[in-house]
Design a protein around this ligand. Structure first.
Ligand code: FES
Ligand code: FES
Length: 160
């Protein structure tokens, strides 16, 4: 609910499986809500203008750039950040394991975004091909790895 006197908004949503009700500044972007209001620092802000994918999160199961949305847009919706990505038994997610095993992480700044984008693809298309993976990851930039190891990490997570 919007409160015009204070320019605040009473936001209700599901974050990483938990119901959240929070009074937030109406002006907060989704990435501000995640990092500043919730203190979840795994989601990174790179470019701040939709170019790099470092800020990706799952919104109702789809990957979105959280720097391009306002927090108020997630009222009543389900948000999953990198902190909510887990394996079925609660340990590391298969993508997290294959990223580590393949050496697809160097500085790690881009990694949460790559994991989120890859997870969105594998939920939608569990038997994704290398071409599907390349296409899906076109919105994610990495300055360190040269992409080959990222692509093989995602391929190796298929079916796991
Ligand atoms: S920080 Fe959002 S796309 Fe770069
Ligand atoms: S591992 Fe450094 S930007 Fe990708």
């Amino acid at each position: 609910m919007h409160n015009s006197k204070t320019s605040s908004f009473s936001l209700h949503c599901l974050v990483n499986g938990r119901k959240i009700e929070r009074e937030i500044p109406s002006s907060h972007s989704l990435i501000d809500f995640i990092r500043l209001d919730l203190g979840l620092k795994g989601t990174k802000e790179g470019c701040g203008e939709g170019e790099c994918g470092a800020c990706m999160v799952l919104l109702d199961g789809k990957a979105v750039n959280s720097c391009l949305m306002m927090a108020v847009q997630i009222e009543g919706r389900e948000l999953i950040t990198i902190e909510g990505i887990k394996g079925k038994a609660g340990g590391l997610h298969p993508l997290q394991k294959t990223f580590m095993a393949e050496g697809a992480v160097q500085c790690g700044f881009c990694t949460p975004g790559f994991i989120i984008a890859s997870e969105a693809l594998l939920r939608r298309k569990p038997k994704a091909t290398l071409e599907d993976i390349k296409l899906e990851l076109t919105g994610n930039l990495c300055r360190c790895t040269g992409y080959e190891k990222v692509l093989s990490a995602v391929e190796k997570a298929i079916g796991k």
